[in-house]
Design a protein around this ligand. Structure first.
Ligand SMILES: [Zn+2]
Length: 66
């Protein structure tokens, strides 16, 4: 069994997309990534953690509409 680490692990995670919030690790949808992610497909806040941080009103409202 091969143990992945560092860049290899990063590539593994990106290629096998079960997209997650980069901040809290909550799973997010592909659509959420497309709307809120950056060019690399990284999302820095999802409805779960952005709400906790008090910055998520717009994010949560928009995600409800996706
Ligand atoms: Zn999150």
């Amino acid at each position: 069994m091969t143990t992945l680490s560092g860049p290899e692990l990063d590539a593994f995670c990106i290629d096998n997309t079960m997209p997650e919030c980069n901040n809290c690790g909550e799973h997010v949808s592909d659509r959420f990534i497309r709307v809120f992610g950056d060019e690399a497909g990284v999302v820095y806040a999802c409805p779960a953690c952005s709400a906790n941080a008090g910055i998520g009103e717009a994010t949560r409202e928009r995600s409800d509409q996706i």
